[in-house]
Design a protein around this ligand. Structure first.
Ligand SMILES: [Zn+2]
Length: 166
């Protein structure tokens, strides 16, 4: 069942802290495929976290390939147990989320990050900046039960209603 349902607010599972991924190779590949197929089923989607498909594990997928706001671009990243080692800088930009379909918001994020994670090719350390860094940080937030709305400075001035996704 590769394309999975994406859960939306106010589903309480989005507030849970995800558990460390300890799956074997076959399980890891299966979760990676579900994340990939689900993300690709939404045109323009640049990232998804396992809790968004109801899987309570620390796993995310990000791909900012071809995005006009991207500087660094590592192509397709499927990260298990990602850890932010460094985060520098700060920049405000608009974010959206498949699990929060009715709103976008201005969110402050680091502009340069270093992340370590297990991938399908083993342990990797990834340096990302700008839009790719933002996408990775947004997805890692999901693993800690945080949505972008939790990072909004002002609900009055920084949150925007929208009709359709992308
Ligand atoms: Zn999201």
């Amino acid at each position: 069942m590769p394309i999975r349902e994406v859960i939306e607010v106010p589903d309480p599972r989005l507030k849970n802290v995800a558990s460390r991924w300890e799956g074997n190779a076959a399980e890891t590949k299966a979760l990676a495929i579900d994340l990939f197929d689900t993300m690709r089923s939404f045109p323009g989607c640049v990232g998804l976290a396992a809790p968004q498909i109801g899987e309570p594990w620390r796993a995310v997928i990000v791909d900012v390939s071809g995005h006009k706001k991207a500087r660094s671009c590592h192509g397709l990243l499927i990260l298990f147990n990602p850890e932010v080692i460094r985060a520098d800088g700060a920049e405000v930009a608009r974010e959206g989320c498949l699990s929060v379909p009715d709103f976008t918001a201005n969110i402050t994020r680091a502009t340069q990050i270093v992340v370590s994670a297990l991938t399908l090719d083993g342990e990797r350390v990834i340096e990302a900046d700008a839009f790719e860094a933002r996408a990775i940080l947004h997805e890692i937030d999901h693993l800690d039960g945080k949505l972008f709305l939790d990072r909004v400075s002002s609900r009055q001035t920084d949150v925007f209603r929208r009709k359709t996704y992308q």
